[in-house]
Design a protein around this ligand. Structure first.
Ligand code: ZN
Length: 201
């Protein structure tokens, strides 16, 4: 049991911060101290930003993205290609693809990947909604942008089987050499996948 160094209110702040991903107890203490020192400049705006977030954030009923409007900004953006649905496991993956300007398509957030060992089955994912969206005649391609892990690939195969009858092309992200990557440092699985999926130069 760690010895408390501050009053219960400050300890509570530290404990809450320590629950954030990437922050252990030490960095939570540093973050709390920083917030307290910058009370006016940081803590008050942060408090109101969190309050607004609590009140306004909704999950898009079409794609599962998080926004303050439903349907979300991505779903209602008319510059987006309605023919493409990019399937991701999590909102974090959607944000990563958006940061990279990787696609002009729309998204579908599954909420997780299938993981029999952790008891995550198809009913825990938004797969039914994806199948329904794939049947929209406007949609011609489903891009499976899932993790290159066992769970990610299990999920990709499961969805591919379900969409056999839908009139869509199903693609997935390439596996291979990362941009700026050196061959000597790659694991054998990545190297052999890159060799199998080589493209015409
Ligand atoms: Zn949406």
């Amino acid at each position: 049991m760690a010895i408390a160094v501050a009053g219960p209110e400050i300890e509570r702040l530290i404990q809450l911060l320590a629950r954030l991903p990437g922050l252990g107890p030490r960095s939570a203490r540093r973050a709390a101290l920083h917030l307290i020192k910058k009370r006016e400049a940081l803590m008050s705006p942060l408090t109101s930003a969190l309050q607004v977030a609590i009140e306004k954030i909704v999950v898009c009923s079409t794609c599962g993205n998080i926004d303050t409007v439903n349907p979300c900004t991505v779903c209602t953006d008319t510059r987006r290609d309605p023919a493409i649905i990019v399937v991701v496991a999590d909102v974090a993956d959607l944000w990563a693809l958006e940061r990279a300007h990787a696609t002009s398509g729309r998204y579908h957030v599954l909420g997780a990947t299938l993981s029999p060992l952790d008891g995550v089955g198809p009913q825990d994912l938004t797969i039914d909604a994806l199948v329904a969206r794939a049947k929209d005649p406007q949609v011609t391609e489903i891009i499976l942008a899932l993790n290159a892990t066992v769970d990610g690939q299990t999920t990709a195969h499961y969805i591919t089987d379900l969409l056999q009858d839908a009139n869509v092309k199903i693609t997935r992200l390439a596996h291979g050499v990362p941009v700026g990557g050196e061959l000597d440092y790659l694991d054998e699985g990545t190297l052999s996948a890159a060799m199998r999926q080589r493209t015409l130069f």
